[in-house]
Ligand binder design. Structure first.
Ligand code: ATP
Ligand code: MG
Length: 359
């Protein structure tokens, strides 16, 4: 938390306590968290204060805090009051990375959760394995893929983790050209993309046959931007190859991370969609798109703010809101040119100031 926020938070906490006391539902704020988008206060209600009474006062509390809305729920910390952070901030990847280094094997840093904790994703986990990224234009999908790629090249040795980058538009991964982590230069054309997917499937089969464990060979992340374009242009060949990678890639240490605006049945088969255990969903334009992007109802992804405001949706009910850590192409370029040719995990001159997410 920045020091400038402390007077604001203290004033807001006083305000909450005053409103509750005035309505004969007293309680004390005992702490809280400041996330990139949301502020949470932990409330300890007086013994006679009913939870329902606090919930009933949500609108009055929002009004007093000058916040568009306020959400009251129960949590481990007692009663939690949740309202919008009036100064939402971008999360800087290069500031956050030193906090979580060294990264665990095959783990990538994607952002900061609304609880203020770094969101780390372990690709090898069966709950992850493959990731589908969805969201409308400007939601921040390409930036998210770049963050994931930056996690790989700045956090892992090429002997451990590599990238195969496909982008039919041909711009998203240019900055990675020439790195030892790439299995080949970023692929732009559809014909070459099909050939690259073929080679990934062949590698999967060879690894299967030899019984190689992913610990002994580099894991490979197949990064695909504009998945729908690729599937529409590449037709059945692309769908077939991708489905095979999705169904059997994990055991062979091959993971698919693919971004698309709208993962609708018209473009992606049900089989394909069912084989992405983790979905990362950014802003979409309608409630219907929210359902298509999330693969389930009730996520409210159409109410997200865009520019890196995402939900992580795992199996079951798990849903985490997070802000994607941002690294501009130019900043990544600078990090990489300073370290060209380094054959191990790159150790960089990163800012060391810890990032405080807690109050
Ligand atoms: N995590 C982020 N933090 C801050 N700004 C972001 C973030 N992600 C994206 N942005 C901003 O939003 C712009 C659009 O992001 P991006 O190009 O990643 O969107 P997209 O979802 O890939 O859109 P399209 O579908 O049109 O390709 C970026 O140029 C950047 O300015
Ligand atoms: Mg994009």
């Amino acid at each position: 938390m920045s020091q400038q926020m402390r007077p604001y938070l203290e004033a807001q906490a006083d305000c909450v306590e005053a409103v509750l006391a005035a309505h004969r539902a007293p309680g004390h704020i005992t702490g809280g968290t400041v996330g990139p988008r949301l502020i949470r206060f932990f409330l300890n209600p007086a013994p006679h204060t009913r939870f329902a009474a606090i919930k009933h006062l949500a609108d009055d509390l929002a009004l007093a805090l000058k916040s568009p809305s306020l959400h009251v729920r129960r949590g481990e910390e007692g009663v939690i009051l949740e309202f919008a952070n009036p100064t939402p901030r971008a999360v800087d990847f290069l500031t956050l990375l030193p906090e979580v280094r060294p990264l665990q094997p095959a783990t990538v840093l994607l952002g900061l959760t609304d609880e203020g904790a770094p969101l780390l994703v372990r690709l090898a986990s069966p709950d992850v394995a493959h990731i589908l990224v969805a969201g409308t234009t400007g939601s921040g999908k390409s930036a998210l893929l770049r963050t994931l790629a930056a996690s790989v090249v700045l956090g892992h040795a090429p002997q451990a983790l590599r990238l195969l980058c496909l982008d039919p538009k041909g711009r998203a991964f240019r900055v990675l050209t020439g790195l030892p982590h790439l299995t080949r230069p970023p692929v732009v054309g559809v014909a070459e993309a099909i050939e690259a997917l073929h080679s990934a499937v062949r590698m999967m089969e060879v690894r299967d046959r030899r019984g190689e464990t992913p610990e002994a060979v580099p894991r490979i992340v197949v990064l695909i931007d504009e998945l729908s374009d690729l599937v529409m242009q590449g037709g059945a060949a692309v769908s077939d190859l991708l489905t095979r990678l999705l169904q059997r890639g994990r055991e062979a240490g091959i993971h698919v991370v693919a971004a698309t605006q709208r993962p609708s049945a018209a473009v992606l088969s049900g089989l394909m969609r069912a084989n992405f255990p983790l979905r990362l969903v950014g802003r979409v334009v309608s409630a219907d798109d929210a359902r298509v992007a999330s693969g389930r109802a009730g996520t409210n992804a159409h109410l997200l703010h865009g520019r890196g405001d995402f939900l992580a949706l795992g199996g079951g009910e798990v849903m985490v809101r997070f802000q994607v850590a941002y690294i501009a192409e130019k900043a990544l370029q600078q990090q990489l040119t300073a370290n060209v040719g380094v054959g191990h995990a790159l150790h960089l001159a990163l800012p060391t100031a810890p990032l405080k997410a807690e109050m």
